[in-house]
Ligand binder design. Sequence first.
Ligand code: ASP
Length: 479
Amino acid sequence: MGFRVTRAWKLALGLYVAGLALAFGGPSLGLFSPLSGPQVRMLFFVPLSFAFMAALPVKLPTKILIGLGLGTVAGFLVGPPVAAIKPIGTIFLRLIFMVIVPLVLTSLFVGTQSLGDIRTMGRIGFRTVAFYGLYTLVGAGLGLVLANTLRPGEGLTPQAQEELLASFGEAAQARVQNIQKPSFGETLVNIIPKNIVTGMASDPPNMLQIVFFAIMMGIGIMLIPGQEEKKKLVVEVFDGVFQITLQIIQLAIKLAPYAVFALIAEVVGLFGFDVLLLLAKYTAVTVGGLVLLFLTYIPLTYFTTPLNVGGFIKGIWPVMTIAFSTSSSAASLPVMMDVCRNRLGVSQRIVNFMLPLSITINMNGSALYQAVSAVFIAQVYGIPLTLPDQIIIVLIATLSAIGAPGVPGASFMMLVVVLTQVGVPIEGVALVLGVERILDMLRTTVNIVGDSTAAVVVGHWEGELDAPASLLKKSVRSG
Ligand code: ASP
């Protein structure tokens, strides 16, 4: 596929040249003041990068990766004014979120009923939830051990503490002020919606309630005796809506390289590197913990599935780039479903059943983040944490990671719940806000690697993993 000068290209080029003429001619006509250096750089670098990406004859996942790289360069080159292109990323995210509720509802309903009977569903459901629950606990436990041994809070000087509270206090307050702090019992009860429409209509949608409702619908249809024709019809309608959502996502995903470019450029352009220095030890401990957690997936996949490690990572990297740039497991769901089904060979019913569930409840990276952050904030305030406090942190971090929706910044808000339980001042969340976005990108990536790992592991246990030969271990290929 070569590069062709189509009519659309000529039009785009014409508009660009006209835009440049206006941008540089405008000030001399007294229309607006001359452009600043960063604005001029943006004017050249962003459209040219987009044109380059559009013309490049490579597959979409490669294009997304290129978008990530060029977007990072744009962020450095342009700085804060690059935020002007953020709407491109927001449009992409909105297109995905527009269909996330019908996608989760229909895919889980179709997935649940396709398991055939309650026993199979119970077995797969139990394995899935046990896997997620245990691994999330491992994440929180690892975070706790690292924060207690490396003590990042002791690395923060009182001046740095004051500076952080002064710079981020108000913003942090605004983000956490509406957070409810339900008890353990209430958290469990809240999984059952009083009214599913309210659960779907809240912002962000209450995914746990939608998941519960979809599974109950799937069980309900399994329990209807006879009436096969009618049941088939209902399933076909749900499956039809599921297919429609996938098609919409296929359209939206074409925007992904440009959206990823815009999102990452904004993060890099606005990022305060001085804050990174202030919080260097905390950031290093959290990032180190996330890397360790990520590394645990490698032996897990190697020893429990026929996949080779390189093959597995090669299979999932498109969704890693999406998770990294969007900071949202929910926004990564469609690409993850596609990757697990079409690149890794997990069966459709396992994909449909497990992945909507996993983006909602499997957040081991987030649990690690919450544990490290809670201990860090307690250390900064000089509040000693007893053993029972530490156990509470692991349990509450695990539960709030399970309860957090897969959207940007969810665990940051849930931190308030963890801090409240162990008597640490909640204003302390301001201390970690400065590096929140970058840590969100990383923990979301770890979360979705965990989701994909669970899908291949459970898929293999169920005899429903049919990976292409190129992704298999040598011993399996030759055997
Ligand atoms: N952004 C994370 C996710 O979507 C959730 C969080 O930890 O804030 O997986």
